[in-house]
Ligand binder design. Structure first.
Ligand SMILES: [Zn+2]
Length: 267
């Protein structure tokens, strides 16, 4: 088996996780910028985090034969403070030339507030100005449907954005169709407790097809599993899906989307 982990917060994980992922067939891991589990007190905290994502973490992954890529932004959970967001967004362009940076993410919404929307629009503008791919986080539970609609409206409202260069992550049964219909890619997050279970993700694949869709573990500092993608592949096999279909979902699809960034080279 070979797979790409397109959404993992490896700064929160131990080296054993890198080793287990490599043994399971992982060929590349991609790390969106995320909430640290606590609010950072200044833009300087983000500067250091961006240095970690673009400098230290790729070296740590390389020790296990893994390529490491990342995405940069201020995440929606810290986007309520618009002034801080402006300061952080101003830091990003100096990092965009780093060899492992794929684009702007994970941006999006958390509580669907007015300030979050403003910061989302600022990020979309940044991505458009620098011709960057976009990775979007959608809110949890009862906020997801409304949040996904609001996000799609922002993306459609900026004519510079091509939907095929946007992945909208954490889709579920009630949001996957609207994301695919908008021409965007859809990501399904496999969590042991919330978000998608492997069984639900496979149901969605069976109902909506395997085009423009990928799986990720989004493993972070909380309860999560860096092997969720290969474990779901095993479940797909048990349901009778052939190896070509499995390879498409866990390897070819993320490779196709991420390959739109010339820096994404693997194999
Ligand atoms: Zn994430």
């Amino acid at each position: 088996m070979r797979f790409i982990e397109p959404h993992a917060h490896m700064v929160s994980r131990v080296t054993d996780d890198y080793e287990r992922m490599a043994v399971a067939g992982c060929e590349a891991v991609c790390e969106p910028a995320f909430w640290a589990g606590f609010d950072r007190s200044s833009a300087a905290g983000f500067f250091d985090y961006f240095c970690q994502l673009t400098g230290h973490e790729p070296k740590r992954a390389a020790k296990f034969g893994l390529k490491h890529f990342c995405w940069l932004c201020i995440n929606p959970k810290e986007a309520e403070d618009v002034k801080l967001a402006e300061e952080v967004i101003a830091l990003i362009p100096q990092f965009l030339d780093r060899t492992n940076v794929l684009g702007i993410g994970e941006i999006g919404l958390n509580k669907n507030s007015r300030n979050e929307l403003k910061v989302l629009e600022m990020h979309v503008d940044l991505a458009a100005r620098y011709n960057q791919l976009i990775l979007v986080h959608t809110p949890h539970l009862e906020d997801k449907l409304k949040g996904t609609r609001l996000i799609l409206d922002v993306l459609k409202g900026d004519k510079r954005i091509r939907p095929g260069r946007v992945i909208i992550d954490h889709v579920e049964e009630h949001t996957v169709a609207m994301v695919l219909d908008a021409g965007c890619w859809a990501g399904m997050t496999l969590y042991p407790e919330t978000k998608c279970s492997p069984a639900r993700a496979i149901d969605i694949l069976e109902n909506y097809g395997q085009e423009r869709i990928w799986l990720n573990s989004a493993c972070d500092w909380g309860v999560s599993d860096p092997l969720a993608v290969p474990k779901t592949a095993v479940e797909m096999k048990k349901r009778g899906h052939n190896s070509a279909m499995i390879d498409k979902v866990i390897y070819q699809n993320p490779r196709k989307f991420l390959g739109q960034c010339p820096k994404f080279k693997i194999g």
